[in-house]
Design a protein around this ligand. Structure first.
Ligand SMILES: Nc1ncnc2c1ncn2[C@@H]1O[C@H](COP(=O)(O)OP(=O)(O)O)[C@@H](O)[C@H]1O
Ligand SMILES: [Mg+2]
Length: 511
């Protein structure tokens, strides 16, 4: 099958300043051979992107060795890695939208004089690459007119331009449709047949079964093994990826069946930014004093679901009722007035207004109301008093209430600020999206306790999280979202990690 070893990583360690207590990569061995697609599998935060960045010269390693064709190397930059035949396609695109495909590729030459770009030559090369691998793209089209799939082809061509022996792709399918993914897989196979070594990062098992020769599984910075795809199974990979998790959940009084439904969603369908169906015909209900956990690998429609449930995105069809009020396609403000609170995934962009100061951010929801505002004039005294109380009780570290723009706060403190603002009034319904992502352990357990308290007091909570431990810890019932659909809802005491995990990866659950 595979040929010579093109690149080898030995005992690679990566720690970041301030987060040394756990290594981001803990003595990882990894190699890529000519002619293979080597998948890198792991949950979010496993360390896949960091490893890829080390292999391609974007990050330095804290210790360990990189060996290219038998020789020890140390990359000083991505350009250095390219010279050694290693190129990477990042998850975030780095294209200039107003420029054409040719111009975008030209930019990678980094010439100081734009007149010296050999545009004709670049165009020929693009056509040749596009022929050779089936990467359809019009060299003269502006990038802003291209679909996501086409933009990705441009990103790939940009790297292939340098004729790398090794191509690393970081979650390339996350922006693609199923059909586009299949096309990409053909391209990857083609490159492998040609003798390149491909590193393909994903957290989707079925993609590995389809395209990879070998797979290396990472979990929380540790390598769980490297296996031949032909000799493993989805369930083996799933176990390596998730670990032997024994679910624990908080002690609680059972939610009474007689409690009133707070959130009722009926046959909700929601489109994503490109007009594709992201949420398919979802129906669910959350009652007073109940936590419904929605497990799932991100990118399966969770973002669009949350946005629809908070008024940030229109529903294409279906119905959405909160506390008996039909809120289908009403404004975010109307959702808020009905008692819906939201902990968004994207804290900086959706969760706060970065240019505003701490006190203003804490009062975003209520500044129009008495006593915080009287006849349209902000009552600074009342705002300060509450803001001070909340900052203290939620542990938001901020130098000042009125002088500190929120942009300078750390991610953890911004999250605490959002929790303070959204939770202090005991919401009727809380939509919490990855509420503890990136928090330290103490802050995580504080947040969990807050949620359990709200539950006791009768709030309905919809918890959307990729973290299975969190889902099991908090939920009364667990639903799984896969490919835009809710593929199962079960009481948490009837759920097992294996069952939920299988559903998360698109395997039909047998029981
Ligand atoms: N620049 C950084 N500084 C500190 N921590 C980081 C940095 N980049 C990544 N991390 C952490 O490293 C871990 C692995 O991240 P990453 O490689 O992005 O995971 P994934 O497997 O999802 O690609 C995460 O816990 C992440 O928070
Ligand atoms: Mg990543």
């Amino acid at each position: 099958m595979a040929g010579e070893v093109l690149l080898e990583a030995r005992k690679v360690v990566k720690g970041f300043p301030g987060v040394w207590e756990h290594l981001i990569l803990d003595h990882i061995d990894f190699d890529v051979r000519a002619g293979e697609v080597h998948a890198l599998l792991g949950e979010n935060g496993a360390g896949k992107t960091v490893l890829a960045n080390i292999l391609s010269g974007f990050y330095s390693l804290s210790s360990g060795e990189l060996i290219v064709k038998g020789k020890n190397v140390r990359f000083k930059s991505p350009a250095d890695a390219i010279r050694h035949g290693i190129g990477m396609v990042h998850q975030e695109f780095t294209l200039a939208p107003p420029l054409t495909v040719v111009e975008n590729v030209a930019l990678t030459l980094r010439r100081s004089n734009p007149l010296s770009y050999p545009l004709k030559k670049i165009e020929e090369k693009i056509r040749e690459l596009s022929q050779r691998y089936g990467l359809k793209v019009d060299p003269h089209e502006k990038v802003e007119n291209l679909s996501l799939g086409e933009r990705q082809r441009v990103e790939i061509i940009k790297v292939l331009y340098w004729e790398p022996r090794i191509l690393i792709l970081d979650e390339p399918t996350s922006v693609l449709t199923l059909e586009e993914s299949k096309e990409l897989f053909q391209i990857l196979r083609k490159m492998a047949e040609e003798g390149k070594g491909i590193v393909f990062i994903t957290h989707k098992l079925e993609e590995i079964m389809e395209v990879a020769d070998r797979v290396t599984v990472l979990r929380l910075g540790k390598k769980m093994g490297t296996l031949k795809v032909a000799e493993t199974s989805r369930s083996e990979l799933l176990k390596l990826m998730l670990g032997e998790l024994t679910p624990v959940s908080y002690q609680r009084a059972p939610a009474k069946e007689t409690r009133k439904p707070v959130l009722q969603v009926e046959n909700l369908t929601v489109l994503d930014d490109d007009g594709r169906v992201a949420v398919k015909n979802v129906s669910l209900e959350v009652r007073e004093g109940e936590i419904l956990g929605v497990a799932g690998v991100s990118g399966n429609g969770q973002k669009e679901l949350v946005e629809a449930l908070t008024g940030l995105r229109k529903a294409a069809s279906g119905k959405l009722i909160v506390n008996g009020v039909d809120l289908t396609n009403r404004s975010p403000r109307r959702f808020a007035q009905t008692g819906v609170r939201h902990i968004p995934e994207d804290r900086r962009r959706t969760g706060v207004v970065e240019e505003m100061v701490t006190a203003e951010n804490i009062m975003l929801r209520e500044y129009r109301e008495k006593p915080f505002s009287v006849f349209g004039v902000i009552n600074k005294g009342a705002v300060t008093e509450l803001a001070q109380k909340l900052v203290t009780s939620f542990g938001v570290l901020t130098p000042d209430l009125w002088d500190t723009e929120v942009r300078i706060l750390s991610g953890g403190n911004i999250q605490r600020l959002i929790l303070a603002r959204e939770l202090w009034k005991e919401p009727k319904l809380l939509i919490a999206f990855h509420p503890t992502y990136g928090l330290d352990l103490k802050a995580i357990s504080q947040t969990h306790r807050l949620f359990m308290n709200l539950r006791e007091k009768g709030s309905a909570i919809l918890l959307i999280s990729e973290d299975l431990e969190e889902i099991f810890l908090l939920s009364d019932r667990i639903a799984v979202m896969y490919n835009g659909e809710l593929v199962g809802v079960m009481k948490s005491d009837e759920a097992t990690v294996e069952r939920v995990g299988k559903m998360m990866t698109g395997m039909k659950s047998s029981a």
